[in-house]
Ligand binder design. Structure first.
Ligand code: A3P
Length: 275
């Protein structure tokens, strides 16, 4: 998962142990390839769990499995809700579709993911990335970024989308119908009886504008932010649109990407909206 030149340092011993990590009934994992709407989904899930009101930060509500490490994770009592960017076969329970936990996977069209990842890499000091978009594009195409090749990650999870304990979501669907998506997520989580007023209350706190200004929903407000963030970089909750890739991909890059996309995705039945 730490491949190529853009490296995220995680404890390799812990990562290797994660598939054997115990899974309990009621555990919930929010999973994604980076930059696909993870934080957005975390905000929705934690508000559902807390009845639409919370005064804690998303990173505390739903900690990051790989980053937090073994001692932290084992000390959490079940049911636990954790975030992860791991591929399907590296998740706790090894084979999520046959485990007793629940998994929400959020995917986003890869051209927008690439652009969002570019700003992310420029933003965080540990990436030590000072290249331009053209440089990042090549890393992304080769999967030489933390969590590897987008195609591998998304297609492996997609194979298991019909399992009852896996909910496969798309960023673009959340954009088109946020309150409908909140309802779908709540039902999947077992909160069938949330009324419309509660769905609306949660939805209001999950729009781009409300999250951008909410110190409990963005990484910019964390005490360590000044230390880990390159000065003058873009905010974490940056633009939040479908199609920003058009402002970054050259015609040649777009054609190259599309050819690879067609080759990799054909026959998968997985279709993204790019604009
Ligand atoms: P952009 O960089 O394209 O703006 P992740 O949480 O997986 O790292 O994903 C971050 C991306 O999700 C960023 O994309 C961020 O702006 C976007 N995002 C976060 N909250 C959002 C919201 N409420 N609505 C739309 N996009 C959101």
């Amino acid at each position: 998962i730490a491949s190529g030149l853009l490296v995220l340092t995680l404890d390799p011993k812990w990562i290797a142990e994660i598939p054997d990590h115990p899974v309990s009934l009621g555990d919930l994992y929010v999973v994604s390839y980076p930059k696909s709407g993870t934080t957005w989904t975390q905000q929705i899930v934690s508000l559902i769990q807390r009845g639409g009101e919370k005064d804690t930060h998303i990173t505390a509500d739903i900690p990051w499995l790989e980053l937090k490490g073994k001692d932290f994770v084992l000390a959490l009592s079940s049911p636990r809700t954790l975030k992860s960017h791991l591929p399907y076969h590296m998740m706790p329970g090894r084979d999520p579709a046959n485990s007793i936990a629940k998994y929400i996977y959020i995917a986003r069209n890869p051209k927008d993911v690439a652009v969002s990842y570019y700003y992310h890499a420029k933003r965080f000091t540990h990436f030590d990335f000072t290249g331009d978009w053209n440089c990042f594009f090549e890393f992304f195409m080769k999967g030489e970024v933390p969590f590897g090749l987008w195609f591998d990650h998304v297609l492996e999870w997609w194979k298991y989308k019909d399992a009852e304990n896996i909910l496969f979501l798309m960023y673009e669907d959340l954009k088109k119908d946020l309150s409908g998506s909140v309802k779908t997520i709540a039902q999947f989580m077992g909160y069938q009886s949330l009324d419309d007023a509660m769905i609306e209350k949660i939805t209001r706190q999950c729009t781009f504008d409300s999250m951008k200004d909410n110190p409990l929903a963005t990484y910019d407000s964390l005490p360590e932010a000044p230390e880990v963030t390159v000065s003058n970089s873009t905010p974490f909750i940056r633009k939040g649109v479908i199609g920003d890739w058009k402002n970054h991909f050259s015609d040649e890059q777009s054609a190259r990407f599309d050819a690879e996309y067609t080759k990799r995705m054909s026959g998968s039945g997985l279709v993204f909206e790019f604009e």
